[in-house]
Design a protein around this ligand. Sequence first.
Ligand SMILES: Cc1cc2nc3c(=O)[nH]c(=O)nc-3n(C[C@H](O)[C@H](O)[C@H](O)COP(=O)(O)OP(=O)(O)OC[C@H]3O[C@@H](n4cnc5c(N)ncnc54)[C@H](O)[C@@H]3O)c2cc1C
Length: 292
Amino acid sequence: MKICDYLREGNFSLSFEFFPPKDQKGKEQLERTLERLVRYRPNFVSVTYGAGGSTRERTVETVGWIKERFGLTVMPHLTCVAHDEGEVLELLRLYERMGVENVLALRGDRPKDNPKEGFCRYAVDLVRLIKREFGDRFCVGVACYPEGHQEAKSLEEDVEHLKEKLEAGAEFAITQMFFDNEYFFRFRDLLAKKGIEAPILVGVMPITNFKQIKKFADLCGATIPLDLARKLSEVQDKPEEVFKVGVEYAIRQCEELLDHGVDGFHFYTLNRPEATEAIIEALRDKIFSVRK
Ligand SMILES: Cc1cc2nc3c(=O)[nH]c(=O)nc-3n(C[C@H](O)[C@H](O)[C@H](O)COP(=O)(O)OP(=O)(O)OC[C@H]3O[C@@H](n4cnc5c(N)ncnc54)[C@H](O)[C@@H]3O)c2cc1C
């Protein structure tokens, strides 16, 4: 199923993101996670890609395995940095043969050990390539940043670049994680001002490990509100307490987002089911009343 077709009708979307496991133990963990999360009938699940191709084979294998084993719509992420056109086209043709209909088109960050100049400077180059070579055979999604991407001079300029990706043929965007809804509401107002109407799926990252989230948030420039950071640091050595604080916060955050009519939730699961499950269960009635 093409995600774009579902979203075009104004439907609320629920999706889960996974990374390709490194070994058999990781695959079994992912299988257990999927077994628990499939009952929420996600509209799609996505599989990340290591920029520069570090997970190329594992991403393809995981996409094929999830499709086969669970019959879900699977969207691979694809980053274009440090790849030439041929490498990207080969991968897209393989996905086409596998029956994949959706791709998340990203630039990625250049890996330190891979100085190769690729064909793409920005994700828009990848969107254009997909549209030029495959027309509408793939529904294309892109990334967006409610707090602005770290390299952008301003949020306004970053939104202009998001607009370029959508004008090049992308049909929806998924946000980077954020922990303060005000950033998202301001971002959405700015999109409306710029005439952007594409569905924006909210990337939800429940905090279950304070040290890890601080690292992620630093890397992608997401602000952790002071009162949340304080609560988490008070319990940082007690994993169950961190989980409780993080999940309760995410439930409140998601509830407010639902009340403001967001287009969908895309859960960054880190291949674990517990936090995603707890949030969906707490908001079950609200989520399932807006879903088709
Ligand atoms: C939902 C989601 C999923 C992700 N999945 C992965 C993954 O699987 N693997 C991975 O490696 N990374 C992933 N990332 C991270 C992403 O690759 C990085 O954030 C990367 O730095 C930017 O990628 P992009 O596609 O947003 O790039 P772009 O859209 O190209 O933007 C990058 C920067 O360039 C600027 N820019 C864009 N166009 C122009 C232009 N024409 N002129 C000047 N400046 C311009 C933008 O404003 C921005 O600052 C993901 C991010 C998100 C939000």
